[in-house]
Ligand binder design. Structure first.
Ligand code: FAD
Length: 392
């Protein structure tokens, strides 16, 4: 197992940093720096995506034939880490990071030719319609009905917690096409336009006062059957395939940045507080363990191995550490962590922050971050998966 960076990896990291220095404008950096979650206003994330598209760096994880970079796993890890360090405004993960893989795996040639270039260019902005009221962890119990009618399906029902549905022009969605038998065997996967008659998007404002989530209602929405991905009643296979990409991969670089920021706050606000220093040391220890595990996975992948249950493990320990760091930072910052000034967090703003600008995201970030142990599979359910893999 070799966990040291090779010379060519160090050079690759430098190439990425140089590109960011030359292309990431202050406006785009601020959009990333003041973000309180992974969902960034598309006004900025799509601008950055256009710059990456020109360079050919939008989808490092894709096979080269579809527009990927051909980088090694280590190079992709370095790239993701540099993105976090530079605060690039990340594109919403649903297109490049999720539905694209399903289209590559299960799409017809026509679907691949149509959708994949539009995902790369940012022309299509996707959201994910899986969860329903009463169908989250137990996703197979979803009820949104799709009734066959000639060349179309007619949809009735609702999806909830649909991130960025208010910005998206496309949705990939799981619908029920059979009510008898095993619930998993009656689900179909569709690729849909969001502007079809009968679709209504209703906002859900989160605890930090931000609009990322929505409930989406479908009333007699007609979707051509050619928009189906995979076979009728075989959507569960596609959905499970997608969840592997939702939970695996990534890097702890974002958490590392948060911890560095928390340390700066500690040194600034309360440097002699022994209890807080010990807390910080403990968070650092947990981060090092995660980074070691990530490198272990990369080393396993490089030698043709499989990460097994480590995707669920990493998803869980990363999200829990991220929450603990944001709590630590907010408590250390004291009174300035309580400033609620969303207008001062906008790129190009002329509103002066009350207190240090870096503190503005602490409370909204802490509140929004509560969701990270729920979204993409709750921590409890991930622990069930880990226990099953370990034979406990
Ligand atoms: C910020 C955010 C963004 C999201 N974005 C999207 C999106 O874009 N698209 C989408 O489709 N969905 C999205 N979701 C929904 C998300 O996938 C679900 O919230 C998640 O799967 C949990 O489902 P639930 O909310 O129905 O909770 P439930 O499944 O009802 O769970 C409630 C509680 O019970 C626990 N629990 C449930 N089952 C078990 C079990 N078997 N063993 C032990 N404990 C259990 C859970 O861990 C949780 O604590 C998002 C959620 C959040 C918070």
């Amino acid at each position: 197992m070799d966990m040291e960076l090779a010379q060519e990896d160090l050079e690759f990291g430098q190439e990425v940093r140089t590109f960011f220095e030359e292309n990431l404008t202050d406006e785009l950096r601020d959009a990333g720096r003041f973000a309180t979650s992974i969902w960034i206003d598309p006004t900025y994330s799509l601008k950055w995506q256009a710059i990456l598209h020109k360079k050919g760096w939008v989808a490092p994880g894709w096979p080269v034939e579809y527009g990927g970079t051909g980088w090694t796993d280590m190079q992709r890890y370095i790239y993701t880490s540099e993105c976090s360090r530079a605060s690039t405004p990340l594109a919403a993960p649903m297109g490049v990071g999720m539905v694209a893989y399903c289209i590559m795996g299960y799409g017809t040639q026509e679907q691949k030719d149509h959708y994949l270039p539009r995902i790369l260019s940012g022309e299509d902005y996707w959201c994910q319609g899986y969860s329903e009221p009463g169908a989250g962890s137990d996703l197979a119990s979803l009820k949104l009905q799709a009734v066959s009618d000639g060349d179309d399906y007619v949809l009735n029902g609702t999806k909830i917690w649909t991130s960025q549905a208010h910005c998206a022009n496309k949705i990939f969605i799981l619908v029920r096409t059979r009510n008898e038998g095993k619930p998993q065997a009656g689900i179909t996967f569709l690729l849909m336009d969001m502007d079809l008659p009968g679709i209504e998007v209703s906002p859900i404002i989160n605890i930090a006062g931000e609009h990322e989530l929505n409930q989406v209602f479908f009333t007699d929405v007609r979707v051509p059957k050619t928009n189906r991905l995979g076979d009728e009643n075989d959507g569960w296979t596609v959905a499970k395939y997608l969840l592997e990409f939702e939970r695996g991969g990534g890097s702890s670089a974002g958490i590392e940045m948060s911890l560095a920021k928390a340390k700066a706050i500690l040194l600034d606000a309360d440097p002699d507080n022994e209890t807080q220093r010990l807390r910080h040391a403990d968070l650092e220890r947990r981060l090092e363990a995660i980074k070691m595990t990530e490198k272990l996975i990369l080393s396993t992948l490089a030698t043709g191995g499989s990460p097994g249950g480590k995707a669920s493990m990493l998803k869980t320990i990363r999200s829990e550490l991220g929450q603990d760091i944001s709590q630590f930072a907010s408590e250390t910052a004291g009174i300035y962590a309580q400033v609620f000034q969303p207008e001062a967090r906008q790129p190009n703003t002329n509103v002066a922050p009350i207190g240090p600008a870096e503190y503005l995201t602490l409370t909204p970030g802490y509140l929004t971050g509560r969701a990270s142990t729920i979204a993409g599979g709750s921590a409890e359910v991930q622990r069930n998966i880990i226990a099953k893999i370990m034979g406990l």
